[in-house]
Design a protein. Structure first.
Length: 263
């Protein structure tokens, strides 16, 4: 076990069961167990899908796992069918990561939802850390950030620039929106506006809706197989286009208000 993972284990707080499963506990004033659903999108990840899902199932044996095949052209779907104990969604064509995330979240039945990538770089053990922080009751959304990112130097440099620009325009309160691992209440899904690129702006939408967003460092790993589906240039062009649209949308979005009804 490496140092990063040992530090992650040491950071766990009350709310984790002795067996390490995904039982969620509210603050002491309301000790009610809740259930956890995890959404994992895949696109042409035939070499990784079984490893990712089997590892996730081993770490969170009591969770609902929803695997979404975003219209893969390889054997991702066939490999997914070999993994027992999960729910599977299959798109007839590739429509993008945001669509896979959104429809996966809409399918969740757990009280709390989690997200992670299907490329094997996200460590599923991080969910225990994120859930422990969530259980403290001080945050509505807990986002991971890759404290020791295992990617090429040019991808890391491009992400640093993009994150700074995004924070300047949106003030979303997070340093690493590219880290997919997040947990939040299922009710928060109703706050999302589906569009291409949505998955990069979840913290911004949640924060603008008045939810409390916090970040925690998480363990990140080198890709074990396959190749990234993005390049720096396409991400940059799409990011600028999306940033303008999201900034406009959030400035015009109707706020949540408290209401009282009397008859």
């Amino acid at each position: 076990m490496n140092v990063a993972r040992q530090n992650t284990r040491a950071a766990l707080e009350d709310g984790q069961t002795s067996s390490g499963t995904s039982r969620l506990v509210t603050p002491a004033s309301a000790p009610v167990a809740r259930t956890f659903s995890v959404v994992v999108p895949f696109y042409n990840e035939a070499e990784n899908v079984r490893f990712v899902l089997e590892e996730l199932r081993a770490v969170l044996p009591d969770s609902e796992i929803i695997a979404v095949d975003d219209g893969s052209s390889d054997a991702t779907w066939q490999q997914m069918l070999q993994v027992p104990g999960i729910r599977r969604l299959h798109f007839e064509r590739n429509v993008g990561q945001s669509a896979a995330v959104y429809h996966g979240l809409r399918a969740c039945t757990g009280d709390v939802c989690g997200l992670m990538d299907g490329d094997g770089q996200n460590d599923p053990f991080n969910f225990r850390l994120l859930l422990a922080e969530f259980n403290k009751g001080q945050a509505d959304v807990v986002c991971g950030y890759r404290a020791n990112r295992h990617d090429t130097w040019n991808r890391k440099a491009a992400s640093r620039v993009a994150n700074r620009i995004r924070r300047f325009f949106l003030d979303d309160g997070v340093r690493d929106t590219g880290c997919s691992q997040k947990v939040f209440r299922r009710e928060a899904v109703e706050l999302l506006v589906p569009f291409r690129g949505m998955h990069r702006y979840l913290p911004a939408m949640f924060k603008r809706a008045g939810l409390r967003v916090v970040e925690l460092p998480v363990h990140h790993r080198t890709r074990r197989a396959g190749a990234s589906k993005y390049d720096n240039w396409s991400r940059a062009v799409a990011g600028i286009y999306d940033l303008i649209g999201v900034a406009w949308l959030l400035s015009r979005k109707l706020p949540l208000v408290r209401m009282e009804e009397k008859k």
